[in-house]
Design a protein around this ligand. Structure first.
Ligand code: PLP
Length: 462
């Protein structure tokens, strides 16, 4: 590596996020240079199908001119203003109206933040405010789920059930506990149906609530489909069973739609797909097709009423970020929602999803693959050492990482989450690209398998 190369300069200057920093310091990074449609090119000119849409977010691909133009227009008109101190601007109002128009029933107000983490962090604070106003200030605890992912602020990473994000930081904070992971394939008992598994998850949640004290729990956070946990779809009956438990104890439900929102699961919201009736919804990522950092917290009337009451008691609603509801981000998000509507993005996802899921399910018989599950344009492929006994590979073998690397050599960016390979391509993926994505995945799987059989020559890129 030449010391003046971009790769060397990257190593010498940058702390990469969610990265093995020691390995990065030796190997450097893949540096992405440009994008077009569902594809990106690295600085060495290699082309990839981006089957993760970046970080589950670039829903309209990497070259949507209308979003660049919307940002440019807004920058020329009003490049910055805020929503503090009873001030505001039109792009925030228009975006809030558009969001409420497509939101699941019951949502009545919108709070803009800059990231999914901030939207969830705000939901934590609003839940505390809600219970304070109800005269139950002892309701301070939150329930997330094992392998759940809700963000990286100190509170939202505590809510997340990701051990690697806790270790080294002395987290989670007290008062954040985790219910079971809903990965049916991995954790069901012999002969247990999806419905029976869901009932067991709900019974375990009930036991956890009893153990913590029902009147100490403020809210439960859940992603309709777990993303960072490995693209895990809920088993049949899961959400109704979980919601029944929460209702019984009056615990607030926050739907983290940061990945699922805006068509990913084949409906506008994961809540629509799974019949979830939350008190708050956090969304981000596809809200602006990832062209600008923006998130939103949608709140129901009872949560909003509590906010008003809090203000009557304490005066100012003491929360806000300089860039929350940034006009350029709002303008880009408004344009994104217009494009979704004009192009019927949800209809498009429904059209392509069967071919996408069938294409991946065809790999069930591959020697590396134990299970394939997905909904809409999100799917997880679970690698398994012994399919019959559902015996995973030892973590140290790094099999998921091998498959990810082999796929990259064959022009496909996927994400290995342990030994689950996640797929969330841009929502504009067409039928031809779907077929190509699956073909490249097959080549990546074969190459990784060959490599593991001690045939490195077969593992080389074509
Ligand atoms: C479900 C979910 N919630 C929250 C977040 C955090 O969002 P951000 O990285 O924008 O803070 C993520 C990020 O991937 C996510 O997947």
């Amino acid at each position: 590596m030449h010391p003046n190369s971009l790769h060397a300069r990257d190593i010498a200057s940058l702390v990469h996020q969610q990265t093995d920093l020691d390995r990065h310091s030796r190997e450097g990074a893949v540096l992405i240079d440009r994008g077009e449609g569902c594809r990106v090119w690295d600085t060495d000119g290699r082309e990839y199908i981006e089957a993760m849409a970046g970080l589950w977010c670039a829903s309209l691909g990497f070259s949507e001119r209308r979003l660049a133009d919307a940002a440019h227009r807004q920058m020329l008109k009003l490049p910055y203003y805020h929503t503090f101190f009873q001030k505001g601007h039109e792009p925030a109002v228009e975006l809030a109206e558009r969001l409420l128009a497509v939101a699941p029933p019951g949502m009545t107000r919108v709070l803009f933040q800059c990231s999914g983490s901030e939207a969830n962090d705000a939901a934590i604070k609003l839940a505390w405010n809600y219970w304070g106003v109800q005269g139950q200030p002892q309701r301070r605890k939150f329930i997330g789920r094992t392998r759940g992912y809700h963000g990286n602020t100190v509170a939202t990473v505590s809510l997340s059930g990701q051990p690697h994000m806790h270790q080294g930081f002395g987290l989670p904070l007290p008062g954040f506990v985790h219910a079971d992971n809903p990965n049916y394939y991995r954790f069901h008992e012999a002969g247990e149906s999806e419905e029976a598994f869901s009932a067991r998850m709900a019974a375990n949640l009930e036991a956890l609530i009893q153990q913590e004290g029902p009147d100490t729990v403020a809210a439960f956070f859940g992603e309709p489909v777990q993303g960072g946990g490995g693209a895990i779809t809920p088993p049949r009956g899961y959400w109704p069973a979980i919601q029944a438990v929460l209702k019984r104890h009056g615990i607030l439900l926050v739907a983290d739609e940061v990945i699922c929102g805006f068509g990913r699961t084949g409906s506008m919201w994961g809540c629509d797909t799974y019949g979830i009736e939350p008190d708050m919804i956090s969304c981000a990522k596809q809200l602006s097709a990832a062209y600008q950092p923006i998130s939103a917290l949608l709140v129901s009337s009872r949560v909003h009423e509590a906010l008003l009451e809090g203000s009557r008691r304490h005066g100012t609603f003491g929360h806000g970020y300089t860039y929350g509801g940034h006009p350029v981000a709002c303008a880009v998000a408004v344009e994104t929602l217009k494009i979704y509507e004009e192009r019927d993005i949800v209809g498009h996802v429904r059209d392509v999803a069967p071919a996408f899921l069938r294409g991946l399910e065809a790999f069930r018989d591959h020697p590396l693959v134990g299970d394939v599950r997905g909904v809409g344009l999100i799917a997880g492929v679970e690698l398994m050492a012994d399919k019959v006994a559902r015996q995973p590979y030892p973590a140290a073998a790094g099999v998921g990482g091998r498959v990810q690397a082999a796929c990259e050599r064959h022009g496909l960016i996927v994400r290995a989450i342990g030994d689950r390979i996640a797929f969330t391509p841009p929502l504009i993926l067409d039928h031809a690209e779907t077929a190509e994505l699956c073909a490249r995945f097959g080549r990546g799987l074969d190459a990784a398998w060959a490599e593991m059989q001690g045939k490195p020559d077969l593992a080389a890129a074509e």
